[in-house]
Design a binder for this molecule. Structure first.
Ligand code: PMP
Length: 371
């Protein structure tokens, strides 16, 4: 039995052909030297053009190209936080936020949300979570791991709270923005509110299938970008120019690949939904964006395997699936979703079908002590 890994954050798609060609051309043209710390003028312009086409007005001076979105976030945490500053993160949240915050001067403050409320953020709860030490509110839209989508109304509610706290910034990680299914996505940059404290991070890893190229960007007010550029200049210098050429080609040609990727993901989402519905005692929401399901398997915590081992935690359940069924899923506890697992559906269909078969089979073999 070969292992199937549904825990990864990258898709089975190839990087776009125009990106590959642009990188090859750039290398053949000896674009192998330092570039501008803020990013090439042409890539920044292509990012500006993309947002302009969506009715969002930004200037190239508001864009910093970074070596990945993680780096964009780390940069912001480094320049915006003082020791002890608090960062409010609605949970479940991408485990990467926790990791990044661990290496920053800031302190993570979680704001729990629930599946029964569709993981929406309660304005009153957010107000309560804010203290004089709060400096950032950070979330992903569309959300990883829940696949939820925050609507314009919900983002504007957050911005209303932000309006009352002039020292607080809102960072919206929109790395999955081009992957939404039934509803339309609204960028935080298009919302009404104190835009002088709204920051968007984005990148090419997910919706452009370019995770290994390490390229992302920050869109922020000019004063933030100039600080972030100084940080980048003093640390990473910037992104390789031939990679920026590739990213620019991907951005300019994005419509070509996107339609195919979305159609494929949509059918895999439906397939996964049908397969999960056929498994007893698990609850899940249909993702509206990104490419993850986040099913609740807590019914099976406390059960015993055929060899008599007790599944005491989500970690035990993940280990059981991996050891006995060669199925790797991400432990939801690491995202703040106890008893849940994150399942990517951005894998080949045959793998997905086999994975769902293994999951159903594995869970059916567990003996649950009814209470
Ligand atoms: N943000 C979110 C929400 C992610 O899911 C990921 C990747 N798993 C990243 C950022 C990291 O992106 P990058 O590869 O551009 O660093």
């Amino acid at each position: 039995m070969t292992e199937i890994n549904l825990s990864l954050g990258s898709s089975s798609f190839n990087s776009p052909a125009p990106a590959l060609q642009a990188a090859i051309d750039a290398l053949q043209n000896n674009k192998t030297f330092y570039g501008p710390a803020e990013g090439t003028a042409t890539l920044r312009q292509s990012i500006v053009d993309r947002y302009t086409q969506e009715g969002i007005s930004i200037k190239p001076e508001q864009v910093l190209v970074t070596p990945g979105t993680k780096q964009a976030l780390f940069n912001l945490l480094s320049i915006l936080l003082q020791p002890g500053d608090e960062i409010i993160v609605p949970t479940p949240a991408w485990f990467g936020f926790h990791e990044l915050i661990k290496y920053s001067p800031g302190k993570l403050v979680t704001l729990p949300t629930t599946a029964s409320d569709n993981y929406s953020i309660n304005e009153a709860d957010l107000r309560k979570a804010i203290t004089p030490k709060t400096r950032l509110i950070l979330l992903t839209n569309p959300a990883n791991p829940t696949g939820g989508l925050f609507s314009r109304t919900e983002i504007e509610a957050i911005l209303r709270v932000l309006e009352e706290h002039p020292n607080v910034y809102f960072i919206c990680d929109e790395i999955y923005d081009l992957y939404t299914y039934d509803s339309t996505f609204t960028s935080a940059l298009a919302c009404t509110g104190p835009q002088e404290r709204v920051i968007v991070v984005n990148g090419f890893s997910k919706t452009f299938a370019m995770s290994g190229w390490r390229v992302g960007y920050i869109i922020a007010p000019e004063d933030v970008i100039s600080k972030a550029t100084a940080f980048q200049s003093g640390t990473y210098s910037g992104v390789s120019v031939f990679i920026q050429d590739a990213a620019e080609a991907a951005m300019r040609h994005r419509a070509e690949g996107l339609q195919m990727m979305l159609a494929t993901l949509e059918s895999r989402r439906q397939l996964t939904q049908e397969k999960l519905q056929a498994i007893p005692n698990i609850a899940f929401k249909l993702p509206e964006g990104a490419y993850y399901f986040f099913p609740d398997l807590s019914y099976y915590i406390g059960s015993t395997t055929t060899s008599g081992t007790t599944i005491n935690s989500t970690a035990d359940l993940c280990t059981y699936l991996q050891n006995e069924y060669k199925l790797v899923v991400a432990n939801g506890d690491n995202f703040g979703g106890k008893g849940h697992v994150r399942i990517s559906f951005a894998v080949e269909e045959t793998e997905l079908v086999e994975a769902m078969h293994r999951l159903k089979n594995a869970l059916s073999k567990l003996t649950v002590r009814e209470v």
